[in-house]
Design a protein around this ligand. Structure first.
Ligand SMILES: [Zn+2]
Length: 221
């Protein structure tokens, strides 16, 4: 990192991944702010969780209204009557078309407004759940497009891009925030914070990763 004060915006949902990214950013940048998008997700709790974590870390939290996403494309994350499922060869019902395209574009516009050059997002190609807008190629392409659109030099950071869930827990552990991430974040599709309901796909993925990380840590002792 050079001498200049480096400022970053973290795209922040209050989940495990983006919270790990927040702590990663706090480690790497002088100044960090967070942005959460309100797209009428099923659980308002997600937004409250994000605001609470940001406040606890003393970072500024922006909330942007993206309800038009829900208006355009109701899906399993915004509607109670659509089940969370993933059929072979199809995009999962939790897929929100254009979500990362829009979120990262608005996060970068916000970054410009507050004098930040860095935008951090927890997207990840390794746990690629069939979301095309989580792929590294998409992020790199969007980074170029955003810079061309604003004649600027933003950098989109994706610290989790090549990590699996086990390695994401390991990163939180390395940053000294494993317990914080485990207790304070909300990943569960049923809106239960911390270790969650234990049964939905998000909880299952999260728990498996945590168990693998803790087992590997135990082994290396
Ligand atoms: Zn759950």
């Amino acid at each position: 990192m050079n001498e200049a004060k480096e400022k970053a915006v973290v795209v922040f949902s209050g989940g495990q991944d983006s919270t790990t990214c927040l702590f990663w950013a706090l480690e790497h940048f002088d100044e960090v702010e967070t942005v959460t998008f309100d797209y009428q997700q099923r659980h308002r709790k997600e937004i409250e969780t994000a605001a609470a974590i940001a406040e606890a870390q003393g970072v500024r939290h922006h909330l942007l209204d993206m309800s038009l996403l829900h208006q355009l494309a109701p899906n399993a994350l915004t509607r109670d009557d659509i089940a969370v499922e993933h059929k072979e060869g199809e995009l999962p019902s939790t897929f929100v078309p254009g979500r990362n395209l829009l979120f990262l574009s608005f996060a970068t516009i916000l970054a410009r407004q507050i004098g930040a050059k860095h935008v951090v997002t927890g997207v990840c190609q390794t746990d690629f759940s069939g979301y095309p807008d989580c792929r590294d190629m998409f992020i790199k392409s969007l980074n170029v497009t955003l810079n061309l659109s604003m004649d600027d030099e933003f950098v989109l950071h994706t610290p989790l891009m090549w990590l699996d869930k086990k390695e994401t827990w390991a990163l939180a552990d390395d940053l000294g925030v494993l317990e914080t991430v485990r207790e304070q974040t909300l990943t569960c599709y049923n809106g239960i914070p911390g270790d969650g309901c234990g049964e939905c796909p998000a909880c299952e993925l999260r728990r498996r990763g945590l168990e693998q990380h803790l087992a590997a840590k135990e082994e290396s002792r």
